[in-house]
Design a protein around this ligand. Structure first.
Ligand code: GLN
Length: 185
């Protein structure tokens, strides 16, 4: 099994390290041909506007969107969650729009918006949550399961084979979320 990691910008290396330490083969995705043979996809954190533009200019957008709609399992963190969201507050142009939630970007403020805490994620207790200029989820549609909440805001969801998290599990030593993703695949 090979997991594709979108490697255009942002924290893709940290996901690669986490998955490789669980014994998984990874394929960095930078062009269309990199998509062949992958069983799942990671969309890392970074800057969603930049990543969204690069998806178009590298002609990856339609193929990725189609694969996700057809059931390719995805783990999306922070900017990755924004790429998946069907709605972005204050914007009329979402990106891949495969996850029926609404997100608010930089929801904790732009500069002072980085913090850590612990919370439950589905069946996982006391998972360290690292937030960096993070979004949170303001609305979910039917069928979306809420995995994690912090201060009453939704920060983790799953929908079919998509997991969207506002925080960065790849920046901790705790591999339980990456393991959960492997179970989903
Ligand atoms: N603020 C970024 C955005 O809007 C997300 C930050 C992150 O991925 N750590 O895309």
């Amino acid at each position: 099994m090979k997991i594709g990691i979108l490697a255009l910008q942002g924290a893709f290396l940290e996901h690669r390290n986490a998955l490789e330490s669980l014994g998984v083969n990874c394929q960095e995705i930078r062009q269309k041909s990199d998509l062949s043979g992958i069983s799942a996809l990671v969309l890392p954190g970074g800057e969603s506007t930049v990543q969204g533009k690069l998806l178009h200019s590298l002609d990856l957008f339609s193929d990725l969107q189609k694969e996700i709609k057809e059931g390719l399992p995805v783990l999306a963190t922070c900017a990755g969650l924004i790429l998946l969201a069907q709605e972005i507050e204050g914007s009329s142009s979402p990106h891949l729009a495969t996850l029926p939630v609404c997100v608010k970007r930089n929801a904790y403020g732009r500069q002072l918006g980085s913090f850590e805490c612990t919370s439950t994620v589905g069946d996982i207790q006391d998972f360290p949550h690292t937030f960096i200029r993070a979004p949170y989820i303001t609305r979910v549609s039917e069928g979306v399961e809420i995995l994690s909440k912090v201060e009453d805001h939704i920060v983790g969801v799953s929908y079919q084979k998509q997991i969207g998290l506002a925080f960065h599990p790849e920046m901790t030593k705790d591999l339980r979320i990456h393991k959960m993703f492997l179970d989903l695949i």
